[in-house]
Design a protein around this ligand. Structure first.
Ligand code: SF4
Length: 172
């Protein structure tokens, strides 16, 4: 996100992409996102000034115990009501279920964990095209041969151009 010293291109920032960006995540940034599903802030972690920062005593800023190390498979299965319930009173709620599950699909695609494939396959038929598109990419990362084998039929059945483009990309 820093094309040169002291210049930040917010369009390349993982915090921007995972929180503010509304459409599909551009392909060039997906691998770099790793397992970040809401924000990044690595730049704050390495900022020299922050060596003076102290851990706050304000409990509202501490992670909630039930959200420490959440399972991607469970986050991927959240519907709108479930998402609202899990993230009530959390800033995560602001981005909405669809954008959040889109991010989870990218993280699963980067996981190299084939046990997460069922969580991806369930999202290939998601009602939201952004989630479906991210699921296509995750499918191609975890099981590229199976994704290519399914691609033509899936492409025929897909009505949204963004998701169709994802299938076309993996079909080559
Ligand atoms: S370290 Fe993360 S939050 Fe900071 S500018 Fe880079 S991508 Fe954005």
């Amino acid at each position: 996100a820093f094309p040169q010293p002291y210049k930040l291109d917010a369009r390349r920032c993982i915090s921007y992409l995972t929180i503010e960006h509304k459409g599909p995540i551009p392909i060039e940034f997906r691998t770099a996102m790793g397992n970040r599903i809401y924000g990044c802030d690595d730049c704050l972690a390495v900022c020299p000034w922050n060596k003076f920062a102290a851990v706050t005593a304000e409990m509202a800023f501490h992670p909630r115990p039930e959200l420490k190390g959440p399972l991607l498979s469970e986050l991927a299965a959240l519907d709108d009501a479930g998402f609202r319930q899990v993230f009530t009173a959390s800033p995560v709620k602001r981005i909405g279920r669809d954008r959040f599950v889109r991010n989870v699909m990218i993280a699963i695609g980067n996981s190299q964990d084939p046990s997460l494939l069922p969580a991806v396959l369930e999202r290939l038929d998601d009602a939201d095209e952004m989630v479906r598109g991210a699921a296509v990419w995750a499918f191609s990362q975890l099981a590229p041969d199976a994704a290519r084998a399914d691609g033509a039929a899936r492409l025929d059945a897909e009505s949204h151009p963004d998701v169709g483009a994802e299938w076309q990309f993996i079909l080559g």
